[in-house]
Ligand binder design. Structure first.
Ligand code: ADP
Ligand code: MG
Length: 476
């Protein structure tokens, strides 16, 4: 390819606060239209915004998690424009003096590792929604979303492919959910992005005019929209044309992007500091307090799992699917004393039960401590792994301990060599043909004979001992 893509993303992350950024209206999704609206959201004259402290806490926690600087003197700006879903006639947002400054995200794709610098993270309010009713051919306005808090996270144009853009978005999506600052629900618009795309000759380092793709709310659409746009711009450049700076809309049904507004129609937002709001002066002690609440971050945790327990990428990804799952894994490991064993069992039999359950790990009936009780009995050879597999679903359903279930069902593994030797002798006597074949060099017969001994022991003989004794006796 002669061209390389240059991509910067603007992510909109809806914060999981109970109320809006500057009013006490509920920020919950899904109510009747205009049920969550008050005088402040409606922009009545004379009312004053009151900043939501929880939104500031969330933004600070997030900024610290991405290694950004928390601006001690941030302030809010009015971004003025006219649109029916914006009753005040301006959006309260931030610009260069945003609360989050700098930071970086390291993304990994099949093509390698990429460091993406963050320009800033703005604390701002969302607009309402225009709802078109096809039946009456009329458009209504729903202002439930008007004033809901967002972080707009602006990256530098450091991404070089659609795959990297998706990886970046996925990583941040995971992080905001992990931190608990956003539910990340993409269908409900809690996590969406504008993608800025330009291309340039491979190896050059200038920037060409960019196209902004608006409001994309799925990982698949981001990938498709960016790839389509790279193709469109490449075609233009190849035929000697120039790419115009503009805003385009992605249409997933037609698999195309089309012009929304050109640079000439671009808005002049007449930004100015909002006179109704004080500067957002954050004391260093307050920021330090938030820093104290920062949990161990996903990447640090993955590294710890790999280094302490030798887990592979697949295992760490499974465990880190949510923060609660990782907490469950940590509790399981602490209680059974074996991180590798705990990981194997989580990904194996546990995963099947968990999928069937279909909820969150914090709601499952099996505590990490009771689960660990089972793993301890596998570790000390009281029961076989096979018996453990059989027991796990019962443990999940019941409130008994593993020890109680093992005793009640007589599942203790027989580790007594003389008892196992007797079974081995019986099996050798009962299968002269297979024994002869084995001694003739058909080593696969060992598996058959081991199976026979285990069967005779009703699954209670320790398979390792069986195997060793069989080999010993067959060699005689
Ligand atoms: P503006 O001030 O016009 O909004 P910004 O500098 O804030 O522009 O950039 C907005 C977004 O566009 C950022 O995410 C940035 O990385 C990205 N961007 C800027 N220039 C380019 C370019 N030439 N190609 C691709 N993305 C770009
Ligand atoms: Mg911008």
């Amino acid at each position: 390819m002669r061209y390389e893509a240059v991509i910067g993303l603007e992510l909109h992350i809806q914060l999981a606060t109970a109320s809006k950024l500057f009013s006490s209206s509920s920020a919950a999704f899904g109510a009747e239209p205009n049920a969550h609206v008050n005088e402040i959201d409606l922009g009545y004259p004379g009312v004053l915004p009151v900043l939501n402290a929880q939104a500031v806490r969330f933004a600070t926690l997030f900024g610290l998690a991405i290694g950004a600087e928390i601006n001690p003197h941030a302030f809010f700006m009015r971004k003025n424009y006219f649109y029916p879903d914006l009753p005040k006639g301006y959006q309260i947002s931030q610009l260069d003096d945003a609360i989050i400054r700098g930071g970086k995200i390291v993304v990994e794709t099949a093509a390698g590792v990429r460091e993406v610098r963050i320009n800033r993270g703005q604390l701002e309010e969302d607009a309402g929604k225009s709802v078109h009713d096809a039946f009456s051919d009329r458009t209504g306005i729903d202002l439930n979303r008007a004033g809901v808090p967002l972080i707009e996270l602006v990256s530098e144009p450091d991404l070089r492919s659609a795959a990297e853009a998706v990886a970046y978005m996925r990583q941040l999506h995971h992080l905001v959910r992990y931190l608990g600052i956003s539910d990340g629900n993409m269908q409900e618009g809690s996590f969406r992005c504008d993608a800025n795309v330009s291309i340039r000759e491979q190896g050059s380092d200038g920037l060409n005019p960019r196209v902004e793709l608006k409001n994309i709310n799925s990982f698949r659409f981001v990938e498709q929209a960016i790839n389509l746009e790279i193709e469109r711009q490449s075609d233009i450049m190849e035929s000697g044309g120039t790419v115009e700076q503009e805003t385009r809309l992605f249409d997933p049904d037609r698999m195309e992007t089309r012009t929304m507004r050109s640079k000439e129609e671009a808005n002049d937002y007449r930004y100015f500091p909002d006179p109704d709001l004080l500067p957002l002066d954050l004391a260093p002690e307050w920021i330090a307090e938030i820093r104290q609440t920062l949990p161990e971050l996903p990447q640090a945790r993955a590294t710890r799992y790999q280094e302490s327990y030798g887990l592979d990428a697949e295992a760490t990804q499974f465990i880190l699917q949510t923060r609660e799952m990782a907490d469950y894994y940590d509790a399981l490991t602490a209680a059974c004393g074996d991180g590798k064993l705990a990981a194997n069992w989580l990904q194996g039999e546990f995963a099947r039960l968990y999928n069937e359950f279909g909820g969150n790990v914090q709601d499952i009936p099996l505590s990490a401590e009771r689960f660990a009780g089972l793993l301890l009995r596998i570790k000390d050879n009281t029961i076989s792994a096979a018996a453990g597999k059989k027991l796990l679903p019962q443990l999940w359903e019941s409130t008994e301990t593993a020890d109680a279930l093992i005793a009640a069902q007589g599942l203790q593994q027989v580790n007594d060599d003389s008892q196992i030797a007797a079974w081995v002798d019986e099996v050798i006597a009962a299968h002269p043909q297979q024994v002869a074949a084995y001694r003739d060099g058909q080593t696969k017969m060992l598996g058959f004979l081991t199976g026979q001994v285990l069967k005779r022991s009703q699954g209670q003989a320790n398979p390792k001992t069986v195997n060793a004794l069989l080999q010993e006796k067959l060699a005689q």
